[in-house]
Design a protein around this ligand. Sequence first.
Ligand SMILES: Cc1cc2nc3c(=O)[nH]c(=O)nc-3n(C[C@H](O)[C@H](O)[C@H](O)COP(=O)(O)OP(=O)(O)OC[C@H]3O[C@@H](n4cnc5c(N)ncnc54)[C@H](O)[C@@H]3O)c2cc1C
Length: 537
Amino acid sequence: MSAIPAVPRSARTRSWWGWGYTDAHPDDVECAAMGALLPGTLARPLPIPRIADLPIARPTVTPPPSLAHLATADPRVRAAHAMGKAYRDVIRALRARPGRIPDLVAHPTVDREVADLLAWAGEHDVAVVPYGGGSSVVGGVEYRGDAHRAVLSLDLTSMDRVLEVDTAGRSAHIQAGALGPVLEEQLRPHGLTLRHFPQSFEFSTLGGWLATRAGGHYATGRTHIDDFVQSLRVITPAGAGTSWRLPASGAGPSPDRFFLGSEGALGVITEAWMRLQERPRHKAAASVAFTDFHRALDAVRAIAQSDLAPANCRLLDAGEALFSGASRDGSSVLVLGFESATGPVGDRLASAVDLARAHSGRAETPPADRDASADSAGSAVSAWRSAFLRMPYLRDGLARMGAVVETFETAATWDKLPALIDAVRTELGAAALKITGHPATINCRLTHVYPDGAAPYFTVAVAGRPGDEVEVWDDIKAVAGEILHRHRATITHHHAVGRDHRAGYDLQRPEPFALALRAAKDALDPHRILNPGVLLD
Ligand SMILES: Cc1cc2nc3c(=O)[nH]c(=O)nc-3n(C[C@H](O)[C@H](O)[C@H](O)COP(=O)(O)OP(=O)(O)OC[C@H]3O[C@@H](n4cnc5c(N)ncnc54)[C@H](O)[C@@H]3O)c2cc1C
């Protein structure tokens, strides 16, 4: 077991209202150029919002002297903790309609302080919203309604240390508030990695990943945060507990599984022992073009059902391929990638490309295996990768042009996928036209693939009704949820339930399970202060 050095934090300024760093936001010219691609958007971008324009009331509670040093009522901090980072949040900031802003933001540094804050909140009818990186896209970190006297945002990011690394057992004891880069930087000296890279990696935390059952960007194999959990420490209003560190256990229902995905409604995750991996040393990537998207789906299914296990197997439809620069001729593109810490992967890549060719894919001969530190192979592959990281910034630029942008993801079995994807394109497209009077762009990519199905991710962009973008988004979201439900596709594959997916989640979960969840809430959170409205009422 070894001790871990401290890690410096980024000096760049994070946006309080939009994605990422302020210095990476598209400027007015870039926003206008994007808006010009969508008929009906504004002539010029909405101004960058100012905190001074928000309706920020004075806090209605004061913490006791013993906890006062942990909490702030600074309007800038409170505004930055009022919402997550969905389109809906960004447009509400732009339109100065943030909803209820927390009265206080607390930054506990140890478990005792978390427990004391929960006890104080329970006694004073203060709702507590656990907050990691604040990258929720489902209304997970905001408070809706007025049932509580006050709202406390419980920011865990001061608890961001890797406490211990067990190199022999390839696992690490990590505090829940560590942001992705902070966590990986502390593991790097050990040659190990958690290898969990959601698109939001830079601005989301271990605790947030665990509380939402996040999905990393690897297409197959171990990519869900669930796969890496060895043990969890959770603090609830009814007491704290830590599960045993075990490689596996068949002792009844799993306590870790119980808290995974609990979204701050059942307790606060403060620490976890996580399984690690060696850093990959071999990589190989290639892209395959398809004229027919449905043939491409068949190719992906064949690859997913083989034993090749690609790290990346991302099928982009023609719109998505065009937008990311992976193709300009109307083809769908399959981006394939392999990596390994132990041996060359070029043969696996070649076999996957052969399978794709057998389903009418067009591919160059794949490049040979290369050192993992080398630059990406293939222009379509690298074009897609850069676009992937830039996408959230562009979404905010489109929001400034008054566009409505909704991204939603799901998963379904192979027998249902083609009809589901077609229905989203046609039915949601028609609904968006009816709601806004403008044609929508709807793109699709597969983010994760399984032997028995896959996870499609949709992006819908359409000009909004100026000033009513939130209502338009809500209407489009409701139609999308209805289509998913009708096709027996999950309301979310990795974005969580939060408040925005409640209707779909309530329909999806079996009633005895809902009963058990309500009973668990009653037992663990008797004053109903933990993230009210998330997962259940
Ligand atoms: C641009 C963008 C890209 C994204 N890409 C992905 C992706 O690739 N894969 C993916 O899975 N998701 C993705 N997301 C969604 C989001 O990043 C994930 O849900 C992430 O896991 C949230 O982590 P966070 O630390 O930001 O949590 P927050 O947003 O702060 O919180 C999310 C939920 O977890 C609860 N919570 C947070 N910390 C704790 C804790 N310590 N204990 C108990 N409850 C807690 C909160 O109360 C809330 O309900 C993306 C979001 C954006 C904006």
